[in-house]
Design a protein around this ligand. Structure first.
Ligand code: ADP
Ligand code: ZN
Ligand code: ZN
Length: 752
């Protein structure tokens, strides 16, 4: 029998994660040792026994066999949180590729032990009388420093002063304090304070009045709890428009979980981690809740994780990475706005938080509940709910009052025909004028995420698309139109093939340009702009939204970031300036993205007492994503979009692996890509045709040449995820040329 070797990381003090050590698995332990096992191993020159965790097994020795030591024994220990996180890392590595070390660093993210902040205080150890006597003596003997300190301490109510004040303002040397401490005159108290990223503003808030839950809300909670007790660990999907009471359901479920002595993780897209949202959680859970976000220092992150491990908090709120909070008895994971792109990591391991949350929940002792919430569920989640892999719950009523806005679709082709060349349709102009007169507010929204220069006809709206992939073609210099999925190329023309108009041009528009146009058209209106440029500094996002909420402007123009966050009761008009921008990003998820953005944007109008109106400006007024979002009809959108995905075998109808290749040498990247393709063809050759993977490419990436590096993509579509993962395993074994680098992305959210 061949030898078996285990990669072991020693202790899990996180600095050590960098490097695993190989040990031989004695024959007697083979059955028992798996990834995640805790073992005892001899370590270092002295062969000191140390505890370690097995992170992987292999039959190949990485160093000289004679130097590999044997595992001494298996350490029986309770299911620890580290162990389940290591298992999770192993699952992530398997599912998404990359190295085990990358996966471990993701799940055990605090690399360095940081000194926790300590607060020291100087306290009088004598009675007041004794201290006063001593003060008199010191003054007499001209021990001025001592006298100063005693006097200051005696002036306080409790005889305590912050250490920093004593050494700072009072100019007492640390040496002096030590001396007085030794004489029993002073004591120095040290309290460790965790860096708590939650501002005092939020913590000071009072309790929230308890709401009577609606029938729908009550049903969701009762049914989820019942299913959990019965051992039904399928994830749940909560489908409900904004304002339908999802967050209230989250809060009640967390309360139940905490009551049972378990903890909860709440994932929220970073952009939605606003003061208002946090306030609601604080009002319920006070100091038992903590928050992670990308502005935390490593020290703050470390402290938050330590607090979780030590049982000082019950609830962690944060973006993707909060998923790895080391709670000891995790009972619930909530993912709000589960359809958001930011739940996918864009660095290795390129994991998706939804799938990873489900894996983590199943690894938690006794299992944990998973609840996904969205007004516009991802096709992945909705498909899972329809096929019974998830349990679907629906909230149908808006609880805040306010009616659903009335949506108009403005056909920009007709505008051009009528001689209107401004970026604002006649409908939108009329409504803006009206709102300004009535003293109400408007939001104008340019959904330019992923903007690139697709070519379209401004007269009839015709978009140049790939006949094979049905994504828009990208205009390249030299007058070529290229499909970056399959490489299809055609010559760019100056005349529209559909209506013969000469108005064929790349679609380009920016928020700044819109702001200027607005000022020209409505000179008295107060206009604010919110985009990547105006939100560079830390609090600018909140500041702009607060100012707008305080009616410091009439019109807010911005990118998709304005559709999140605050409620604006005075906003009674929302305009989407160019709904096609996100429709024509070259990606198979373009229609889904558009539907989500438009639905969200429409939901912003009429949140207060007054009814709202919405205008979608578009060159494609008959596109189903635009029509379905105008009608707030998710089911209709889902049916049509799924048809397209099924026909072309895009996720979730199938699974898709993207292989990205980078090289300074075009030739090297391309020839390696071709080799990978040949490898895949060979692997599938024996399969019946319908079970084989569908291969596309290699083709130049959308942005095919960046900073002197050529980028190619190869796409692999396969119905079975196991089969797809196995194919990726084969590709990972291929030797990569020195000047080429390769990245794998399973079920990508973006395509290059
Ligand atoms: P969502 O998360 O779906 O947007 P929320 O939970 O934030 O919805 O609820 C929307 C509004 O309705 C909030 O102001 C919330 O306080 C209120 N709300 C939620 N549930 C109830 C309820 N059962 N009764 C009254 N108001 C509620
Ligand atoms: Zn045309
Ligand atoms: Zn194509």
């Amino acid at each position: 029998m061949p030898e078996q070797y285990a990669s072991v990381i020693i202790d899990i003090s996180h600095e050590k994660v960098d490097r695993p050590f190989q040990y031989r698995v004695p024959a007697a332990m083979r059955e028992e040792i798996t990834a995640g096992c805790c073992v005892s191993v001899p370590f270092g020159r002295g062969n000191t026994p140390r505890k370690g965790y097995v992170i992987g097994l292999s039959s190949q020795a990485e160093i000289e066999e004679a130097r590999i030591k044997d595992i001494a024994g298996i350490v029986a220990e309770e299911e620890s949180v580290e162990r389940s996180l290591i298992r999770l890392a192993a699952w992530m590595r398997e599912r998404y590729g990359g190295t085990m070390i990358q996966a471990l660093k993701t799940v055990l993210p605090a690399h360095k032990k940081m000194k926790s902040l300590e607060q020291r205080a100087v306290r009088l150890a004598l009675s007041r009388e004794e201290a006063e006597a001593l003060l008199a003596e010191c003054t007499k003997k001209h021990h001025l420093a001592r006298a100063r300190l005693l006097e200051a301490l005696l002036q306080t109510a409790d005889g305590v002063l912050p250490y920093t004040l004593v050494t700072g303002k009072l100019h007492i040397a640390a040496q002096n304090i030590r001396g007085l401490k030794e004489k029993g005159i002073l004591a120095v108290d040290t309290t460790s304070i965790y860096r708590n990223p939650v501002s005092d503003r939020v913590r000071g808030a009072g309790e929230e009045a308890r709401k009577q839950l609606s029938e729908e809300q009550t049903h969701v909670i009762a049914d989820m709890m019942k299913r959990f007790e019965q051992g039904d660990l399928r994830p749940s999907l909560l489908h409900g428009i904004t304002g339908s009471g999802k967050t209230e359901v989250y809060i009640r479920l967390i309360e139940e979980t905490v009551r049972q002595g378990r903890q909860a993780i709440v994932l929220i897209p970073e952009i939605a981690l606003t003061y208002q949202t946090l306030l609601r959680f604080y009002r319920h859970f006070g100091d038992r809740v903590s928050v992670m976000n990308s502005t935390l220092s490593p020290g703050e992150k470390y402290d938050q994780f330590r607090r979780a491990r030590e049982g000082e908090i019950d609830v962690m709120i944060g973006p993707r990475s909060a998923l790895f909070t080391p709670f000891r008895s995790l009972g619930l994971i909530i993912i709000d706005e589960e359809h958001e792109m930011t739940y996918k990591s864009e660095t290795a391991p390129r994991y998706h938080a939804r799938e990873t949350a489900i894996a983590r929940a199943s690894l938690a002792e006794g299992g944990a509940m998973v609840l996904l919430g969205s007004a516009t569920p991802s096709l992945e989640a909705y498909t899972a709910a329809r096929t019974g892999r998830y349990q679907l719950y629906t909230l149908t009523k808006r609880l805040t009052g306010g009616t659903l806005a009335n949506v108009r679709i403005a056909d920009l082709r007709a505008e051009l025909k009528a001689g209107n060349r401004s970026p604002f349709s006649r409908d939108l102009t009329m409504l803006l004028t009206d709102r300004l007169q009535r003293g109400e507010q408007a939001m104008l929204f340019l959904n330019r995420r992923g903007l690139h220069s697709f070519l379209s006809c401004r007269s009839c709206g015709y978009v140049f698309r790939c006949p094979h992939c049905d994504v828009s073609l990208t205009e390249h210099r030299g007058g070529k139109l290229v499909c970056h999925y399959c490489g299809y190329t055609e010559a760019a023309v100056k005349i529209c093939p559909s209506c013969a108009s000469p108005y064929v041009s790349a679609f380009k528009a920016g928020t700044q340009q819109m702001e200027e146009e607005l000022k020209k058209r409505f000179p008295t209106a107060r206009v604010m702009r919110m985009d990547a440029d105006t939100t560079r500094t830390k609090n600018s996002y909140e500041e702009i939204l607060s100012a707008f909420a305080d009616y410091k402007a009439d019109i807010l123009v911005g990118t998709q970031m304005i559709v999140k966050g605050h409620d604006f009761p005075l906003v009674t008009l929302v305009g989407v300036l160019a709904a096609d921008l996100s429709l024509n990003i070259q990606d198979f998820r373009a229609a889904e993205r558009t539907f989500q953005l438009l639905t969200q944007a429409a939901g912003r109008a009429g949140r207060g007492e007054r009814p709202g109106e919405v205008v979608f400006q578009t060159y494609e007024p008959e596109h189903f994503a635009i029509l379905a979002s105008a009608a707030q009809d998710y089911a209709r959108f889902y049916e049509e979009e799924m048809l397209y995905r099924s026909m072309l075998k895009y996720p979730p109808a199938a699974h898709m692996l993207a292989v990205f290749l980078f090289s300074p040498s075009e030739e090297a990247a391309l020839s390696f890509a071709k080799r990978l393709r040949a490898r895949l063809e060979k692997a599938d050759a024996a399969l019946p045709a319908e079970e084989r993977a569908i291969l596309i490419g290699p083709t130049p990436a959308r942005v095919s040449f960046v900073e002197d590096v050529y980028r190619f993509a190869l796409y692999v579509k396969q119905g079975s995820v196991e089969r797809l993962v196995a194919l990726r395993g084969l590709l990972e074994k291929e030797e990569v040329p020195a000047n080429v680098s390769v990245q794998f992305d399973t079920d990508p959210m973006r395509t290059l």
